[in-house]
Design a protein around this ligand. Structure first.
Ligand SMILES: Nc1ncnc2c1ncn2[C@@H]1O[C@H](COP(=O)(O)OP(=O)(O)OP(=O)(O)O)[C@@H](O)[C@H]1O
Length: 316
C-alpha cells in the first residue's frame, strides 16, 4: 500500500494557484524528499495531507485513509514537524513532549525521545529560552511521539547547524529502519540528496520530476567530475579525451604550475580518460573524483528560480 497518494490535487487561494494537478505516490518505508524553491507549494501539499487546507479539486490518501474524511485516523498515525514551529515559551521541553503524548493518548519515553534529539540536558528548561536549532530539535522529538507510521517533516533542518543537520539525517534513517515512511520537504538540495531514496521536484505548484536519486544524478549529465593534475597538457591529449565515449565535457586549465584538466564523464569512462592523458603526452600526477551534483538539474527543473539550491554542508 502507498503511504501517500495524491491524485490530481489542485489548490487555489483566491488569486494564487498553489498546486496544479499534483499526482504523487510515496511508497511505505521510503524516505521521500519533496524539493522545490520557495513558494513552489511544498507546505500547501503537506497541509492538504494533514487536512489543514482542503484541495480545490483532486484527492489525497494517507496510510490508506482519505485525508479529508478520515483526518483523525491520519493524524493518529502521523508525526509532523511543521514549518516555523512555535514553542510554548513557558513550558519545558519535557512538558511539550508529554503534551503530545497525552493528546495522542500514547505512552512515550519522554526522556529517551529528548535524548535522541540531543536535548537531554535541557529537558527541564523552558523552551522560550531555546535557540532556534534547539526548538527545531524539540519539534522533532514531538513528531516522534508514539512511533508514527509516517513522519511528515517540513524543512526539518531549518535552523540546525551542520552537526544538527547530520544528526537529523541519521535520525531519519533510524526511523525508516524502524519501518516508518518519511516524507520531508526542503529547498536545500544537499539535505535531500544525502538521505532520500526518491525525490520529487516541485515548481510553481506542479511536479516536474519524480525519480530515484541515482537516476536523477545520471540525468544530471556525467556521473563523475574528474579533476586531473598533469605534468604537461598538449592539445592532442585534450582532444583524445574528448573523443572517448562517456565523456561529456573536458576543461583544460594551463594557468597553474602543473596544468589541470576537469572532465565530466560517466563512471566507466574515468579510467580510459586517465589512460588517454598518459598516452597522449599528459602524464598524470594526481587526480580527484567528485560525484556529479544534482544542483544543475534542480536549477534546470526550477527555471533557475531565486531560491538558492546549495549542495549541502557535507554528507552524512
Ligand atoms: N493561506 C494562503 N493564502 C494565500 N496564498 C497562499 C496561502 N498559503 C500559501 N499560499 C501561496 O501558495 C504558494 C505556495 O506556497 P507554499 O507555502 O506551499 O510554498 P513552499 O514550497 O512551502 O514555500 P517555502 O519553501 O517558501 O516554504 C505561494 O505562492 C504562497 O504565497
Amino acid at each position: 500500500m502507498a503511504a501517500i497518494e495524491l491524485d490530481g490535487v489542485t489548490k487555489e487561494f483566491d488569486a494564487v494557484t498553489a498546486l496544479r494537478g499534483v499526482d504523487l505516490t510515496v511508497e511505505e518505508g521510503e524516505i521521500f524528499g519533496f524539493l522545490g524553491p520557495n513558494g513552489a507549494g511544498k507546505s500547501t501539499t503537506i497541509d492538504v495531507l494533514l487536512d489543514f487546507v482542503r484541495p480545490t479539486s483532486g484527492r489525497a490518501t494517507v496510510l490508506g485513509h482519505d485525508a479529508q474524511a478520515e483526518s483523525a485516523q491520519v493524524r493518529a498515525r502521523t508525526g509532523v514537524l511543521p514549518e516555523g514551529f512555535d514553542v510554548y515559551d513557558r513550558l519545558t521541553a519535557r512538558q511539550h513532549v508529554e503534551f503530545v503524548a497525552e493528546s495522542k493518548d500514547v505512552a512515550a519515553d519522554v526522556t529517551g525521545l529528548l535524548d535522541r534529539v540531543g536535548l537531554a540536558d535541557a529537558a527541564d528548561r523552558t523552551a522560550g529560552d531555546y535557540s532556534k536549532g534547539m526548538q527545531q530539535r524539540l519539534a522533532l522529538a514531538m513528531a516522534l511521539v508514539g512511533e508514527p507510521d509516517l513522519l511528515i517533516l517540513d524543512e526539518p533542518t531549518s535552523g540546525l547547524d551542520p552537526n544538527g543537520a547530520r544528526e537529523m539525517r541519521e535520525l531519519i534513517r533510524t526511523e525508516r529502519d524502524r519501518g516508518a515512511t518519511v516524507f520531508f520537504s526542503s529547498h536545500i538540495l544537499g539535505q535531500v540528496e544525502a538521505v532520500c531514496d526518491r525525490i520529487a521536484i516541485l515548481e510553481d505548484g506542479a511536479v516536474q520530476t519524480v525519480d530515484r536519486v541515482e537516476s536523477l544524478r545520471a540525468d544530471a549529465g556525467g556521473g563523475t567530475q574528474l579533476h586531473v593534475t598533469v605534468e604537461s597538457l598538449p592539445d592532442g591529449a585534450v582532444s583524445a579525451v574528448r573523443t572517448l565515449s562517456g565523456v561529456s565535457t573536458v576543461a583544460p586549465d594551463r594557468g597553474a604550475a602543473d596544468p589541470t584538466v576537469s572532465i565530466a564523464c560517466a563512471d566507466e569512462a574515468k579510467l580510459p580518460a586517465l589512460n588517454a592523458l598518459d598516452q597522449h603526452g599528459a602524464p598524470v600526477l594526481d587526480f580527484v573524483t567528485e560525484e556529479a551534483s544534482l544542483e544543475d538539474l534542480f536549477v534546470e527543473y526550477t527555471s533557475g528560480n531565486t531560491a538558492q539550491p546549495v549542495s549541502g554542508e557535507g554528507r552524512a
